[in-house]
Design a protein around this ligand. Structure first.
Ligand code: GUE
Length: 285
């Protein structure tokens, strides 16, 4: 047996087409969603991500601004830029690329972003809204995971889900979203005893730990859905996930590849959030 592949690239393209059509209709009414991306420093991986986000904006008809600041930018200057973007009517979403240089306090920066423009969903109020179940801007990667499950007919309702990893950007929020979708959720992590045994109970496995090929074939219940959020760059330059894809694909029912799985969905959900923020800003349902 061999797993069906969850093609994140293809699903992402379908959603982008939906967004593109909606943006075109909005622009007829004089509304153009706008995204500001802020990059501090010259981290090469971040440069690539920022370029991809700007490209997505262009492809989908969004207005976009990329602010590239030198690595030695002061926290005060960065906060002043965010303040300006918060007040800018043509900007509906603000994304400050993480990680930031050491001398800048991440929390101060995230807290400064207007909740209405928090398209990453990282602001404490957005996190609180997620916890309560209020309709808010959801963090992009977790929202992408849910979308992949739903669009392949793998609704989490009534399923047992095991999330490996408890980070603020993936593990915790994806667990809350799975719970909201009526899954029974276990959050496993580096201190969980008998991890393979715990994972073997799962109908849905979400791996988000950042350890290359951690999840093995004998951890997986036959037929389970395996979603790999890990993006690890090996010494060879190749990307690899947290799941040992080749062997796990032999037992899983469904599996996401890396690249081409969750990654493309992250940027697509960012676009969806920016569109949503623009509609809210203009009082459009
Ligand atoms: N404020 C903030 N928000 C973020 O959302 C954010 C961030 N900072 N910092 C960095 C991480 C990483 N991230 C990715 C987005 C897309 C792919 C993606 O499209 N990956 C492709 C492959 C890309 C490649 O080849 O390198 C794939 O998996 O198929 C990956 C990673 C967003 N991040």
């Amino acid at each position: 047996m061999s797993a069906q592949i969850i093609n994140g690239k293809q699903i992402s393209d379908t959603i982008r087409e939906e967004i593109k059509n909606e943006v075109a209709a909005l622009r007829e009414k004089g509304v153009r969603p706008g995204l500001a991306v802020v990059l501090v420093g010259e981290d090469p991986a971040s440069q690539v991500y920022v370029r991809n986000k700007a490209k997505a904006c262009e492809d989908l008809g969004f207005y976009s601004e990329v602010h590239r600041l030198p690595a030695e930018t002061s926290q005060a200057d960065l906060l002043a830029l965010i303040e300006r973007l918060n007040g800018q009517a043509d900007i509906n979403g603000i994304l400050v690329q993480l990680p930031l240089p050491k001398h800048i306090e991440e929390k101060a920066v995230i807290d400064a972003i207007s909740v209405a423009k928090d398209v990453d969903g990282f602001h404490p109020i957005s996190v609180g809204n997620l916890m309560i179940g209020d309709d808010s801007l959801l963090p992009c990667t977790p929202a992408g995971v849910i979308e992949l499950l739903k669009r392949t007919g793998n609704s989490p309702a009534g399923k047992k889900a095991v999330v490996i990893g408890r980070s603020n950007i993936v593990g915790k929020p994806v667990s809350l979203l799975l719970l909201r979708e009526n899954a029974t959720v276990t959050i496993a992590h580096s201190r969980t005893p008998n991890l393979p045994e715990v994972v073997r109970e799962a109908d849905i496995v979400v791996a988000a730990v950042g350890v290359p090929k951690l999840v093995k074939k004998d951890w997986i219940k036959p037929g389970a859905v395996v979603v790999d959020v890990g993006i690890n760059r090996l010494d060879t330059g190749k990307l690899c996930g947290d799941v040992d894809y080749d062997e796990v694909a032999e037992v899983a029912g469904w599996i996401t590849p890396v690249p081409g799985g969750v990654g493309p969905m992250t940027i697509t959900m960012l676009m969806a959030n920016t569109l949503k923020a623009a509609k809210t800003a203009h009082g459009i349902g």
